[in-house]
Write a protein of this length. Structure first.
Length: 301
């Protein structure tokens, strides 16, 4: 839908901006043998992994899948189990597709930029093709190559070789970045095509179903907000003796020290019976205690 496309576009733009700021302020290749590869791969992979985890965590479908429980009275059959597996696979693919937007954008932008790739693999370039440093050992050659990302550390006689190596590595990095973008675009397009081909709904029916699900979720959220507010209001009224927002309050209730202590502190969701829970300490108090105690009349003036 349009909302998903807009959300993915915003995530991609924010990722690109973050990558540029991240590269400008934090990236500095060590230009040392054995450290370049670790440093470059860390800047390539670790932020992408973090963005992937954040993408999973921020998707409400992830927690709906994790927290969803099968009712104990539901009869489990082979057909139900197969349908459940298909549904779980479909939802996982959908969640993964949304979660991959930011990390794939990060990898594509960093590869097109080329700095991380150049830092990571500079010491492994076969420079003997350029006739550079023919009389040095392989270890010394790697030490020289490791300094190529830092132009100020390269000897003057190797400046031309260094420029050619940097161009070669940037070419490889940018080609890899564009190939990654092409693979992702083709994969997404084919996935949508396959999903549409195997869908039991027609095009207009699918649009209607999408609209229904969206409206149902909005109405459910509004009803849940109002229901929880009215339910909580009854417990607050029992504790304080009036409804918040009332204009003509005749009297208020003065809670006792024991009652203040009863609703203060930390509490977990408490199971009352097979079907109901206490959501808070105030909820637990309101269901167990009577609204007795001291009341104070309010002067109308």
């Amino acid at each position: 839908g349009k909302e998903v496309v807009i959300a993915n576009a915003i995530i991609a733009i924010l990722t690109i901006g973050g990558q540029q700021l991240f590269s400008f302020f934090t990236f500095s290749c060590p230009c040392h043998v054995g450290q370049n590869l670790i440093y470059g791969l860390a800047f390539l992979g670790v932020p992408a992994l973090i963005l992937l985890i954040v993408g999973y965590a921020l998707n409400s479908q992830t927690w709906r899948l994790v927290m969803g429980k099968r009712p104990h009275f539901e009869k489990v059959t082979s057909s139900n189990r197969l349908l459940k597996c298909k549904l779980v696979c479909f939802v996982l693919c959908s969640i993964t597709g949304r979660a991959l937007v930011a990390p794939v954008t990060w990898l594509a932008v960093t590869l097109i930029n080329g700095s991380y790739y150049i830092c990571a693999v500079s010491e492994y370039v076969p420079v003997y093709y350029y006739g550079a440093a023919p009389n040095v050992t392989a270890t010394e050659r790697r030490k020289i190559l490791a300094t190529f990302p830092c132009s100020q550390l390269v000897p003057p006689e190797l400046t031309r070789v260094r420029d050619e190596v940097i161009l070669l590595l940037r070419y490889q990095s940018q080609v890899a970045g564009w190939l990654l973008i092409a693979v992702v675009v083709i994969t997404v397009f084919l996935s949508y095509c396959l999903a549409s081909c195997f869908s039991p709904l027609s095009f207009l029916h699918f649009r209607y179903w999408s609209s229904y699900v969206h409206n149902e979720q909005e109405l459910f959220d509004e009803a849940a907000e109002q229901h929880s507010r009215l339910y909580a209001m009854q417990h607050v009224k029992k504790f304080f003796g009036f409804v918040p927002g009332s204009e003509n309050v005749k009297e208020i209730r003065i809670p006792s020290l024991r009652e203040w202590q009863a609703i203060s502190g930390l509490a977990f969701l408490k199971r009352v019976d097979e079907e109901h829970y206490d959501y808070s300490l105030l909820h637990d108090w309101a269901l167990k205690e009577r609204a007795n105690g001291k009341y104070l009349r309010i002067d109308e003036d």
